[in-house]
Ligand binder design. Structure first.
Ligand SMILES: [Zn+2]
Length: 315
């Protein structure tokens, strides 16, 4: 990727975590947050040319269907979603006005389990949970390219001191920043408790990968003791300095759900360090680099898996 584009993305990512365009990525890191599944899924063959985000972005409730994820994380939808309860014994859902606390049952269970672990950490009453998915998944009017199939969840870095935040407080409170130098380094705000929660999440067999700012991954690499296989799932990515993003595997037996290729073998620590090095000392522009691909237009309903039409049509 070109230097200017790399810099631009780094800057954009700092402002808009989880909203990055996948068209560019570090040479050290393959496709991640937005898996380019668009080319790999045959279209449903319908001629519904409506812009998908304008359809999915305004549906208020889940479909009355058996829970299922259809398509890929960045090109799909969800049937039969459940709503993460706004407040539980060890969590609160944040930014309720966005109506993005809908998800597949396996994801809700995972978040609840992780929050129970978080509550064992000193200073943590549990977890503040950020965006999951829309009631029927699909593309969003604002933000995220992924989070479309009910298998992605953003977890705030802010340690919850209490779990009785009002709706208004959940709109106004901000998470806290973990990095400096555009993601190259973790600050002292990134504590052993954050690291323990991230490790716990990565060790969960339901989890496919976790997105975290590059300096955070390097900090985990440096602090890790004992088994290091869990580090494989921690993926350095733009943004993800106020929250981390957990992506689950497709639930067993769901043939309509498309998995992402697994991360490359190994702990990924050298790749993360290379990403950091490229932030600190951006490589010169490669004059032979191919031009960036033309921007893609918004996904149309007809470009989503065919099952998504039924998801939209359901009560
Ligand atoms: Zn996310």
């Amino acid at each position: 990727m070109g230097y200017s584009r790399f810099l631009a993305l780094t800057l954009i990512a700092g402002l808009a975590a989880c909203q990055t365009d996948s068209a560019s990525r570090s040479s050290a890191t393959p496709a991640d947050e937005e898996d380019l599944t668009r080319a790999s899924i045959s279209t449903q063959g319908s001629n519904d040319s409506r812009v998908a985000k304008q359809v999915f972005g305004v549906v208020a409730a889940a479909s009355r269907q058996t829970p299922a994820s259809y398509g890929g994380y960045a090109r799909g939808c969800q049937a039969g979603a459940v709503q993460l309860p706004e407040t539980g014994p060890t969590w609160q859902a944040m930014r309720l006005s966005r109506n993005r606390n809908w998800t597949q049952p396996i994801t809700a269970s995972f978040v609840e389990d992780l929050s129970a672990f978080a509550a064992t950490q000193p200073g943590w009453a549990g977890l503040y949970v950020g965006d999951m998915s829309q009631p029927r998944g699909g593309p969003m009017l604002t933000g995220h390219a992924s989070h479309q199939t009910g298998l992605d969840a953003d977890i705030w870095m802010l340690p919850p001191s209490r779990l009785n935040l009002t709706r208004a407080e959940r709109e106004s409170i901000s998470s806290i920043q973990m990095d400096r130098a555009s993601g190259a380094y973790a600050t002292a705000a990134f504590t052993p408790q954050h690291m323990a929660i991230l490790r716990r999440a990565a060790e969960d067999p339901r989890v496919a990968r976790i997105f975290l700012f590059p300096g955070g991954k390097v900090a985990l690499c440096n602090a890790a003791t004992g088994d290091r296989t869990w580090l494989n799932k921690i993926r350095p990515w733009y943004g993800h300095n106020f929250h981390f993003h957990v992506r689950l595997h497709c639930p067993a037996g769901q043939r309509g759900c498309e998995e992402q290729a697994p991360p490359p073998p190994g702990d990924g620590c050298a790749d993360a360090q290379e990403w950091v090095n490229n932030i600190l000392n951006p490589p010169p522009r490669d004059p032979d680099a191919p031009p960036p691909p033309p921007p893609r237009g918004p996904l149309r309903v007809s470009e989503l898996p065919g099952q998504c039409e039924a998801v939209l049509a359901s009560d």
